[in-house]
Design a protein around this ligand. Structure first.
Ligand code: ADP
Ligand code: ASP
Ligand code: MG
Length: 411
């Protein structure tokens, strides 16, 4: 039997009724002759609540216990989904990550999947089971501890299963009917894309478009998984949603294909560090050792041998970053006058493979923001993206005005 992977995100399993609705979709695919692997998220809001409990209990928590707590939301939905399917006379059972087992690295709270042996589940399919419901977002480390894959990680579970089981397709069911030119909740002029290239989706995801977890796109690209994003609330149809595919499959696209934003980015400034060889290593070495993901970096002009160094990192890593830098200062490895964390910023990015061959995108972006009176605090560019850090209060305005400026509402 061909295998199909269907993933349901938090909103799609938020209530027992919605689980029933999702189960009906699964039953439709079973009726078509598929063996289905269903990956479920926790009910919406559940993971946030669990993370909140961990933070309240222990701000600089032991990541192994964080994973033990936050992985639990998915266990509930996996069992409920299996029960719902059984009630519909569809032979189904649930699996937690460790039971499959989904083998991951030991990088707790952001583990990577290393291997998914298929024999367990395949044996059950062989015995007539039709649906394997697997708890997303979780796995087991070589040490035998429960791990999680980072926020949004059920997408990655889904794509990894699709690759491991050579699935015909991986359908990601969510609360929007596809990938849009920007988050439709921020800009109502956003347009749904029928197709988007892996590369552009990868950039959009890593720059904040949380419709797919970055790692899931990476895996889909590497293992050539046919990946589709669609709504669990719309009527089933073969042409629904957005297909994430190779660049060659897309006939035409705009220079900029999407705008992403992230409000989870903080701007950190080290004031008055020595302007000497090795200073960047002395700052970013300890940050890297502490697991801080630094994105944008600027070093200001030096005056009298001292300079300011600014970088951005995820908001939830600010405390770790501060600790790492203060520890380095206390150890005499680094000297600075002050460390200022600005969490009132947002990162706005324009993404498009057309930027490789067309210049002027950056200029247009800066002009647009300037026309709106929005000050740019930090800039970063790469081959197919331009990102800027702005005051968070301008986030929506920046996204909308850039969407207009690049005429993304037009195909
Ligand atoms: P799920 O719980 O199903 O995993 P998520 O909340 O993780 O859903 O992702 C879906 C959300 O992603 C949408 O509700 C939308 O607000 C947001 N989003 C951000 N950027 C985009 C985009 N470019 N296209 C579609 N959705 C986007
Ligand atoms: N429940 C997890 C989260 O909210 C994983 C997921 O939904 O993909 O991040
Ligand atoms: Mg998600």
């Amino acid at each position: 039997m061909p295998v199909l992977v269907m993933k349901f995100g938090g909103t799609s399993v938020a209530t027992l009724d919605r689980i029933k609705r999702a189960a009906k979709r699964v039953a439709l695919e079973v009726a078509k002759g598929y063996d289905v692997i269903v990956i479920v998220s926790a009910m919406s809001g559940k993971t946030n609540e669990l993370v909140g409990w961990v933070n309240e209990t222990s701000p600089l928590y032991d990541a192994r216990e964080y994973d033990a707590v936050v992985s639990s939301g998915e266990n509930v939905t996996a069992g409920l989904m299996a029960l719902t399917l059984q009630e519909m006379d569809v032979p189904a059972r649930s699996w937690q990550g460790w039971q499959v087992p989904v083998k991951t690295t030991s990088a707790h709270s952001s583990a990577r999947i290393e291997e998914i042996p298929s024999d367990n589940i395949m044996a059950k399919f062989g015995e007539g089971m039709k649906v394997a419901v697997v708890a997303g977002f979780q796995g087991i480390s070589p040490e035998g501890r429960i791990t999680t894959l980072g926020r949004g990680g059920s997408d990655t579970t889904a794509v990894a299963f699709a690759a491991a089981f050579d699935a015909e397709r991986c359908d990601i069911y969510t609360d929007v009917d596809g990938v849009y030119t920007t988050d439709p909740r921020i800009a109502e002029q956003a347009r749904k894309l029928d197709k988007i290239s892996f590369e552009e989706m990868l950039e959009l995801a890593s720059l904040g478009a949380k419709v797919l977890q970055t790692r899931s796109v990476e895996l889909a690209m590497r293992y050539k998984v046919k990946l589709r994003v669609l709504s669990s609330f719309e009527e089933p149809s073969d042409t629904a949603g957005t297909l994430v595919c190779d660049e060659e499959e897309i006939m035409e696209s705009n220079v900029v294909s999407g705008i992403a934003y992230s409000r989870d980015e903080a701007k950190m400034t080290l004031q008055s560090v020595a302007d000497r060889p090795g200073i960047a290593a002395a700052i970013f070495g300890p940050l890297s050792d502490a697991g801080v993901n630094v994105d944008m970096i600027i070093q200001n002009i030096a005056e009298e041998g001292r300079t300011d160094m600014t970088f951005s990192c995820p908001t939830d890593q600010v405390m770790r970053a501060e600790k790492a830098l203060n520890d380095a200062k206390d150890a005499g490895e680094l000297n600075f006058a002050d460390l200022i964390a600005d969490t009132n910023v947002a990162k706005i990015s324009a993404v498009g493979i057309g930027m490789r061959s067309q210049s002027g995108v950056a200029a247009k972006m800066f002009q647009t923001l300037s026309d709106e009176g929005i000050n740019i605090k930090v800039i970063a560019t790469s081959e197919i993206k331009i990102s800027v850090l702005v005051d968070r209060k301008y986030m929506e305005l920046a996204v909308q005005s850039l969407h207009d400026a690049f005429e993304l509402e037009k195909a």
